[in-house]
Each structure stands twice: as structure tokens, then as C-alpha cells.
Design a binder for this molecule. Structure first.
Ligand SMILES: [Fe+2]
Ligand SMILES: [Fe+2]
Length: 271
């Protein structure tokens, strides 16, 4: 077993404490430390115990908000919400990324993966946008997300966003997509998607654009590198080519989803 010297010394209280220990005490401390580390390694190899649907349902009344509430409406980790930065007068997609979808690590990493693996610009854009609507609302986020972006993006990208939600429930070995552990965690290991999702899947399987949402799921990973530096900059050219930024600003162009952008802009409005 490899020992991280610094972590070991820190676990004892730092170099000053270690300096006061005799040889035997140090040897004993090292043994305890290694035992603990070994226990941790064994625990990490145990299969994770996923909750049942009933256990997840039992949590509903333990919260002051519903799980499907968009993140701009709730405080982080039980804290009160903060004053939100106002949007500029004519907000762009980038402004929303910085002020409402932030930190947006998940979508930025998905899009980065899509770019690295040479996917089409429509797919890269779909990956970049696929979960942004979670700031506003979570249930049926595929449909909500597609509706939010539809007036501004290629049809294929909107299709991919709308249906990635459905395909997330169905593995496709050939495409390289497995059912995610995260879904056992958040839906329960015995969860069965409702009928409308099953019907949508059936429709998609025979659709000529099946691979569009499928590729979003392939890039839709939860195993993030917490140290990875991601930003919107590498995608600005693709946004420029494929996102029709309205000159009035998002929310003020009278599109079919303008109201959704305004709600994101002003989540504190009482009505
Ligand atoms: Fe999603
Ligand atoms: Fe996602």
C-alpha cells in the first residue's frame, strides 16, 4: 500500500506532534493509519447500495421544496438563496451561461467530450445545452430544454435535447451507452420509466435521427474530473454559427420561449 507521507503526518496533528513521538508510537500510528486506509479501500470496492423507489418517496416530506424545482429557485445545500446578479439589458446565451446556468460544469464537460471525439457541430451544441434548463425546472427537462432553445438552434440539436431524457433510460451497448448508476441513485434501483417514456423510446428506435439524442447520452457523463477547467470560450464559434442570438436579447424577442428566459432572468418576481 502506498502511503501519502504528508496526509499521514497531518492525520497525527502535524510535524510538531510527530517530532514528539517516540519510535514505537510512530510505528503504532502508522499501523493504525494503514489499517484505516485498507478499510477505506475495501469499502470503496463494495457495490454501492442504491435506494428503492419507496425509500426515495419517503424523503419527499423531509424537504421544504420539491425535487423538481429549478436550481435558481433554491438555496445551495439548505442555505438561503443569495441576491441574484441582474441580467444585462439584451442578454445573450453567454450571459445566461455565466449568470444563470453557472457553474454549468456538466454541460461544458459533455460538450468538451463531444468536441474531442469529433462529433458534429449540431451534437456539440446539443451537448452544451442539453441540461441548462435544470436551472428552471427538472421534471421532463428534455422537453422543457428543447422548447427553451428551439427558436434559436438547428432542428437536429433541438431533437437531440428533447429526446436525450428518454434515451437515458435505455442502454445501447453498440453506441457505448450504459444505464447510469446515477439513475439508480436518484430514481431508485427498481424504477420503471412511465408509459409515455416507453412509448417515446419505441418511436425513437425507428427514427432516422435516433443517433442525435443517443450521442448526447453517450457524452452525458457524471464521472467528472473536479479539477478539469472548462469554459464556454471553446464553443463560441459553434454558438456563433448555430445559435440565432436575437438582437433584442433573450427574453425580449417575442419568441415562443421568450417568457422562459424572462423567468430565468427574474426568479424573484412574485408573479
Ligand atoms: Fe439530461
Ligand atoms: Fe446531462
Amino acid at each position: 500500500m502506498e502511503i501519502d507521507r504528508r496526509a499521514f503526518i497531518a492525520s497525527l496533528g502535524g510535524p510538531a506532534v510527530v517530532a514528539m513521538m517516540d519510535h514505537e508510537a510512530k510505528a503504532e500510528a502508522l499501523e493504525h493509519y494503514m489499517e484505516d486506509k485498507l478499510d477505506e479501500m475495501v469499502a470503496a470496492q463494495q457495490p454501492e447500495k442504491f435506494p428503492t423507489v419507496a425509500e426515495i418517496e419517503a424523503q419527499i416530506e423531509t424537504r421544504p421544496f420539491r425535487r423538481g424545482t429549478g436550481s435558481v429557485f433554491t438555496g445551495q445545500r439548505g442555505q438561503n438563496v443569495k441576491i441574484i446578479t441582474p441580467m444585462p439589458a439584451k442578454p445573450t446565451l453567454k450571459d445566461f451561461f455565466e449568470l444563470r446556468f453557472a457553474p454549468a460544469n456538466h454541460v461544458l464537460q459533455s460538450a468538451t467530450r463531444a468536441m474531442k471525439t469529433g462529433m458534429s457541430e449540431e451534437i456539440i451544441l446539443a451537448c452544451l445545452l442539453h441540461d441548462c434548463v435544470l436551472s428552471l425546472i427538472k421534471p421532463d427537462h428534455g422537453w422543457w430544454g428543447a422548447q427553451l432553445f428551439e427558436p434559436y438552434i438547428p432542428e437536429k440539436s433541438a431533437f437531440a435535447i428533447r429526446y436525450h431524457q428518454t434515451l437515458r433510460f435505455y442502454p445501447d451497448e453498440e453506441a457505448g451507452y450504459e444505464y447510469p448508476d446515477q439513475y439508480y441513485r436518484i430514481f431508485g434501483h427498481d424504477y420503471q420509466p412511465p408509459q409515455y417514456i416507453a412509448d417515446t423510446y419505441k418511436m425513437l428506435k425507428n427514427h432516422k435521427w435516433y443517433m442525435e439524442p443517443r450521442l448526447v447520452t453517450v457524452n452525458d457523463l457524471y464521472a467528472f474530473d473536479p479539477n478539469a477547467k472548462v469554459s464556454i470560450e471553446p464553443f463560441e464559434d459553434i454558438i456563433g454559427r448555430h445559435f440565432k442570438q436575437p438582437k433584442e436579447g433573450l427574453g425580449y424577442d417575442n419568441s415562443s420561449s421568450a417568457h422562459m428566459w424572462r423567468t430565468l432572468a427574474r426568479p424573484d418576481n412574485p408573479l
